[in-house]
Write a protein that binds this ligand. Sequence first.
Ligand code: GLN
Length: 180
Amino acid sequence: MLRRIGIEAIEVRRADELAQVDGLILPGGESTTMVKFLTGENLLEPIRQFAGEGKPIFGTCAGAILLAREVTNPPQLSLGLLDVSIERNGYGRQLDSHIAEVATSLAGGAMEAVFIRAPRFTSLAAEVETLASIKGEPVFVRQGKIFAATFHPELTDDERAHRLFIEQALKHQQQSAVPS
Ligand code: GLN
């Protein structure tokens, strides 16, 4: 998706590689495995620092779980950069994986969203803004420069979620550019 919208992307696997990027995407996958990796590679603190420098982070699905302040079902370690509670595998077995149309506050309105063993936000702090929801339940949120979606916006043709995130990354790049 990033390449499609003309953005150069690299995989970040070590803390020093964070210095090469203006924004970070925490992708989907299995959050328990990802926590092990982040802990093993000592990446938790460097990522918190990255956010502390005002650089944007976008967590999708398992990535959203990693960003949350509180994780349930079962509880697990997280970055705590987004003031929400999130429940893993929140749709249970029946709706394990599904595609749904979600309402958004973005230009263009509704969006098709792919949920894969998706988590659910169970509470949001007042500072957390809802960008997309289904039946009134938030599925894409933002707190300052931290974005999180419980679905996989990279699996559809809709570029809006990534574009919104990239806008933030570019804003940071402009702010931090040293005038010559
Ligand atoms: N079920 C996974 C978890 O709890 C998330 C699934 C996904 O990222 N698609 O970590």
